[in-house]
Design a protein. Structure first.
Length: 139
């Protein structure tokens, strides 16, 4: 009986993963990262979850902590949605695990939309530490 439960759980989990398509890898979303000197952003993944878009990625830098501005632009260049999210370390931080960010945006971007991702450290932008919204440089 226990084996059947685990088998059923494994099937449900595998089915949910099948429908989660990475919009960046699939070419539906283009990505532009605005990186400061010594900062590398990526790889970036984006998944549609109902009416929301989940954008995830890594930040590699000497001072990676801070925040990331994520802007979704439509095919015509109009801003569809934007948010600011903190860059955090994994709970089990090790050298092979760079800090990550995760942003939820309430948008269903059309095909050929673009993600603009900008990193700022706390020293560069005090609004990061205050948790304020995206600055004008994000759009």
């Amino acid at each position: 009986m226990l084996i059947r439960c685990f088998a059923a759980l494994a099937v449900m989990l595998s089915m949910s993963c099948v429908y989660r398509r990475d919009l960046v890898a699939g070419g539906a979303l283009q990505v532009e990262c605005r990186e400061a000197a010594g900062v590398t952003i990526g790889p970036i993944e984006a998944f549609q979850a109902g009416e929301s878009l989940l954008v995830k990625g890594y930040v590699k830098a000497r001072e990676p902590l801070g925040c990331v501005d994520v802007v979704v632009e439509g095919p015509e260049g109009d801003v569809l949605s934007r948010t600011r999210t903190p860059v955090v370390r994994h709970r089990h931080h090790r050298a092979g695990h760079p800090p990550v960010f995760e942003a939820w945006l309430r948008v269903e971007p059309p095909e050929s939309s673009r993600l603009l991702i900008t990193h700022a450290t706390y020293a560069d932008d005090p609004r990061c530490a205050a948790g304020e919204g995206p600055g004008p440089e994000a759009g």
